[in-house]
Write a protein that binds this ligand. Structure first.
Ligand code: PMP
Length: 305
């Protein structure tokens, strides 16, 4: 269960956690057309807290809303203020931030035409999504029997609530089979992404990740691309097959919730000689230094409270 906090920001003001309710006939609850974000706040080395890449997350929220034709009745600046206000109101120094915009007060039916969009921002403490042990030593993943969205079936660049029914099915299948996470292939059979993370492999010291076609454009993925190029690690954004994943030297997942989580096994096949591999370990170290404000070069990615 989520640890209960004091306040949630809803439609322009902070209200008590227990009061942040919606009606059972809320449109998004039935049809899944809402957009959301997942953002993290870290307690930095200086003792102050900072939100990681807040502006980029809010840009993606607004872009998701634009794709979904959901008009968010707040500006980016107002949403930024709402995030910071909610963190402060809950005295949360480190944790997870969940903005959501959803369709409410409408008629029923798939497309209600006239509707009100409501917006909320909740925050709570949330440790490593795939476990501390997963971040340290790697997780076991399974290629899913569920295919990732086709680019013309759902809008893959938007973080739309309903898109996650596909993620739910894949994750459940993997967990029920004793794995930690599902890796989904795209409609052409190439490796796409995990249920809530982007994926990278390393082969002969070259980093490879699927291009921005049917994946969610991850903020952490983008951070890793920057960090790798600063470390002079060659990166290619190119499709690859599941057997290329099986035979890679290293593999890892990236996501706000999962941060950088190495993969130590896929479908019973060990990744490389001694996972996590060297490049995964150095990227992970740089990443955690950056989010905790220990790397001066990346301070522009942090919004301090
Ligand atoms: N793919 C999917 C399907 C996701 O849900 C997420 C999490 N938002 C990601 C990738 C990673 O994105 P980010 O690094 O921005 O959290």
């Amino acid at each position: 269960m989520i640890e209960q906090m004091k306040k949630i920001w809803m439609d322009g003001k902070l209200i008590d956690w227990d009061q942040a309710c919606v009606h059972v006939l809320t449109h998004t609850l039935h049809y899944g057309m809402g957009v959301f974000e997942g953002i993290r706040c870290y307690r930095c080395a200086s003792g102050r807290s900072a939100v990681f890449r807040l502006e980029d997350h809010l840009d993606r929220l607004l872009s998701s809303a634009h794709i979904a034709t959901i008009t968010i009745p707040f500006s980016k600046e107002e949403l930024e203020e709402a995030v910071l206000l909610t963190l402060k109101a809950n005295d949360l120094e480190e944790g997870y931030i969940r903005p959501i915009a959803f369709i409410a007060e409408s008629s029923m039916g798939v497309y209600p035409k006239d509707y009100k969009v409501r917006v909320a921002v909740a925050v709570w403490p949330w440790g490593a999504y795939l476990g501390e042990e997963g971040v340290r030593n790697g997780i076991r993943a399974k290629i899913s029997s569920f295919t990732r969205h086709h680019v013309n079936v759902s809008m893959t660049k938007a973080k739309i609530c309903g898109n996650y029914a596909n993620s739910f099915l894949a994750k459940k299948e993997a967990v029920d089979a004793g794995y930690d996470e599902a890796i989904l292939l795209d409609t052409e059979g190439y490796v796409c992404e995990a249920s809530g993370e982007n994926i990278f492999i390393v082969r002969k010291r070259v980093l490879k990740t699927p291009p921005l076609a049917s994946i969610l454009p991850g903020v952490t993925r983008d951070a890793v691309l920057h960090i790798a190029s600063d470390m002079d690690v060659r990166v290619v954004e190119e499709r690859f097959t599941r057997d290329e994943l099986y035979s890679a030297d290293e593999a890892f997942l990236t996501g706000t919730a999962a941060e950088i989580t190495p993969i130590r096994e896929v479908d019973g096949r060990k990744m490389g000689k001694n996972p996590p591999g060297e490049i995964t370990r150095s990227l992970r170290k740089r990443f955690f230094d950056i989010v905790r404000g220990k790397d001066e070069r990346y301070l522009s990615w942090l919004t301090f409270l």
